[in-house]
Design a protein around this ligand. Structure first.
Ligand code: HEM
Length: 145
């Protein structure tokens, strides 16, 4: 193994700017993705609080989750610009494009979920939004390699 390769594989600390960028990205992912999972887990309890409770909790969650989504997009662009594109493999580029499709699925599915008028459509769009969100998260971890 060459010396430069050995140094690249050596565990090292991220610099202050990279820590800021990735902390904001991951923090927003915890709110957007983690919030959806926690909300799904609490839904049966929330339903017991009254007929209007699920709608009110969903509206309150949206006030947190949509800003988190846009923080993900903004810091995601920042992540992309910080990459050494000359060194990116074909697999990395393919994973990035697939991740962008998942981010779109996450946003569109979640938006349609808020607009759906039947329980069936609400469930379908919530499922698509959550699926896109989890896949975007997994691909993000893969991209960070
Ligand atoms: C639902 C939206 C998103 C989620 C849940 C998400 C999640 C993540 C996670 C968990 C990581 C790993 C961070 C780490 O381990 O250090 C990551 C990395 C990354 N994300 Fe996202 N992300 C989202 C949106 C975006 C968008 C919109 C872009 C680009 C416009 C993007 C570009 C990237 C890049 C390039 C990396 C690798 C960063 C690096 O290696 O320095 N992400 N993402």
């Amino acid at each position: 193994m060459s010396l430069s390769l050995a140094l690249a594989n050596q565990p090292h600390l991220a610099d202050a700017l990279a820590i800021t960028r990735l902390t904001l990205h991951v923090l927003a992912a915890t709110v957007w993705v983690g919030g959806q999972l926690v909300l799904a887990g609490l839904l049966s309890t929330v339903r017991g609080l009254g007929a209007d409770a699920p709608r009110r909790v969903a509206v309150a969650f949206g006030r947190l989750s949509w800003p988190a989504y846009w923080v993900l997009v903004a810091t995601g662009v920042w992540n992309y610009l910080a990459i050494d594109h000359g060194a990116a493999t074909t697999a990395w580029n393919v994973a990035f494009v697939v991740k962008m499709a998942c981010v779109a699925l996450a946003g569109i599915g979640s938006y349609l979920h808020t607009k759906a008028s039947t329980p069936r459509a609400r469930g379908l769009y919530a499922g698509l939004g959550t699926l896109g969100s989890i896949l975007a998260l997994v691909l993000g971890v893969a991209l960070a390699g």
